[in-house]
Design a protein around this ligand. Sequence first.
Ligand SMILES: [Zn+2]
Length: 152
Amino acid sequence: MVRIKCSYPKCTTGSLADRKYNKTYGIKNKTLFSVPKDPHRRKQWQNALGRLNALNEKEVVCELHFNTSDIERFYKTILPDGSKVLMEKGRINLANTAIPIPQLTLDADEQSKSLAQNHSQTNAIHDIEAVTDELNTDALQSEITNTAIDNN
Ligand SMILES: [Zn+2]
């Protein structure tokens, strides 16, 4: 299995440590979106990521770097009585016009917030790097009870 990691600067989504962390704490892995195939749109993503070199087709960007309005998480159904029902999608969708939030144009406040977030995430990952996969290989012992069978 090929492991793919988010191409956004400093993001750890999709890294082995991130997957391990999610697995340990039962957190759903974040969705990774492939970069657009369209060269013009791919260039927009490249700019948003502040990258000098072109993005390769196989690169991905995770859901953390998009406006929530660009991400569809639910199926919306309107019932005959007018009430709305939201059903969570197994796989979230990204609007086909979505561009990652540019990392260099975040205002100072948002930037410090995202730095704080990155910081706490990094610490959490450090904590779990010490966790080793311990498999309990002790075979379960089944007890056999001899019972007398009465054939008569
Ligand atoms: Zn990411």
